[in-house]
Design a binder for this molecule. Structure first.
Ligand code: ADP
Ligand code: MG
Length: 438
């Protein structure tokens, strides 16, 4: 993430000519660093996506097709990586560096995440929260990891002595396996059981990893019994986790389970405004034309990471050329991002993907049949249309063979309900969502 933000996001694509893919970097040093460290990966990605490139080249300056070189002062260097924050529980060897940016101050609250935020705030007060475990779930880039770190920051600020471990489920497994191999299971158990707060990120990773699950279950129980706080995140609800033992999923659901919903337009505007404020401090003098942030919030999908990347690149570019961020510059500099999230996710595309996925006819999907094998995919398509496009319920109804908006609402609610309890549906949704966002 950091490498991406510091090195890749500030690049501007400047076209492919004679097999050379050209990028403009903020500085010569930046360009040669990227050439050395990432050129191979960039090239293989380009080729994977069908680009006719044999080589990548970086120049410092501005894209050739942009306006004539401005007589602006030399641009500021790209955002320096922020100083690493102190690690949590570093004395134990379980260190996970706390991300200094992931604080409550910088978390923008809106309808889709207000419950998760409120619950996180409550847990961050310390003491028995009653929400134990706190289980946060939602799609990629919606702020789960951010909230976990924010809780840790606040708990640390209240009590510097509190022992917090933040780990991903993957790290947990890795350490478990290493401990087994090195015959240090005693240490492993002591370590995890001696914490005051344990946060395990992305527990869906434990699916199918039976012995790690078993160990996790024991750790979990020991901590809960000892009155310690546990916070878990996952990409889906406990009941929808596949290949995770039921005794575990039911323990995971025994505290408070909260959903982070995909961002809506208002939340995206709020997040962009807050990030833009930070950038304005970093690049004093840079201005943004009215309407640019709203345009981005409208055009870029629900994943906050993509929004952030867009803004980072835009500010790096604007500081490079020393001009106001205008609508024109935005469209130029972000053309690739805008194209990929360009109304590509339309109701038609959703319908096509869903009918392919379930192997049913498009005409049946929007037709009158009420067979379960068709009605369920139809509801899934309606749900995706509601959550991934900005179309209204009546509009979606019209596009599904002239159905009433209450029928759409019913379908959407049904899927919202099923995705919490039905692993197959949660899987289908995740696959479809990824395919659509690609
Ligand atoms: P997840 O763990 O759910 O995949 P992250 O917590 O890593 O997502 O968030 C992705 C990025 O988006 C991070 O840089 C985070 O700071 C940012 N982000 C997500 N939600 C918000 C929000 N509500 N306000 C501010 N930034 C957010
Ligand atoms: Mg995460």
């Amino acid at each position: 993430d950091n490498n991406y933000k510091s090195w890749i996001a500030p690049l501007c694509f400047d076209g492919i000519e004679d097999g050379v893919a050209r990028f403009v970097a903020p500085t010569t040093f930046h360009g040669s660093f990227v050439q050395k460290e990432f050129a191979d990966r960039i090239l293989s990605q380009l080729q994977r996506h069908g680009a006719e490139a044999q080589r990548v080249a970086f120049t410092a300056g501005q894209p050739r097709r942009a306006a004539p070189r401005p007589s602006a002062p030399a641009p500021a260097a790209p955002a320096p990586a922020e100083a690493a924050a102190p690690a949590v529980a570093d004395e134990s060897g379980l260190s996970t560096a706390l991300d200094a940016r992931f604080t409550f101050d910088r978390f923008v609250v809106g309808k889709p995440n207000e419950m998760a935020h409120a619950a996180a705030k409550r847990v961050a007060e310390g003491g028995p929260s009653g929400f134990n475990p706190l289980f946060l779930y939602g799609g990629v880039g919606l702020g789960k990891t951010h909230l976990m770190h924010a809780i840790a920051h606040e708990l640390k600020a209240r009590d510097p002595e509190v022992k917090i471990v933040i780990t991903s489920a993957e790290q947990f497994m890795y350490r478990f396996i290493t401990a087994l191999r090195d015959k240090r299971m005693m240490d492993f158990k002591l370590l995890y059981r001696s914490v005051d707060v344990l946060m395990v990120d992305d527990v869906q990773f434990l699916a199918g990893k039976d012995s790690t699950q078993e160990e996790f279950f024991h750790t979990f129980n020991a901590l809960i019994e000892g009155g310690k706080q546990i916070i878990i995140s996952a990409d889906r609800a406990p009941g929808a986790m596949k290949d995770v033992e039921q005794r575990i999923t039911s323990r995971l659901a025994s505290g408070l389970v909260v959903d982070l919903y995909p961002t809506d337009y208002e939340l995206r505007v709020g997040i962009l405004q807050s990030k833009a404020d930070l950038y304005r401090q970093q690049y004093p003098g840079l201005t943004i034309a009215p309407g640019v942030l709203e345009f981005l919030a409208h055009r870029i999908s629900s994943n906050v990471r993509v929004l952030e990347g867009a803004l980072t690149r835009l500010f790096a570019f604007a500081s490079l050329v020393g001009r106001e961020i205008t609508m024109e510059m935005t469209q130029d500099c972000l053309s690739d991002i805008l194209r990929s999230s360009d109304s590509k996710i339309s109701i038609e595309v959703i319908q096509r993907k869903v009918s392919d996925h379930f192997n049913i006819r498009l005409s049946d999907l929007v037709g009158p049949k009420r067979l379960r094998s068709i009605a369920r995919p139809r509801q899934i398509a309606m749900y995706l249309a509601k959550s991934m496009t900005s179309r209204s319920l009546p509009e979606i109804g019209r596009r599904f063979g002239g159905r009433d908006h209450t029928t759409v609402l019913h379908g959407v609610r049904k899927i919202e309900e099923l995705k919490q309890t039905d692993a197959q549906i949660a899987d289908d949704l995740e696959l479809l969502r990824r395919a659509l966002e690609e």
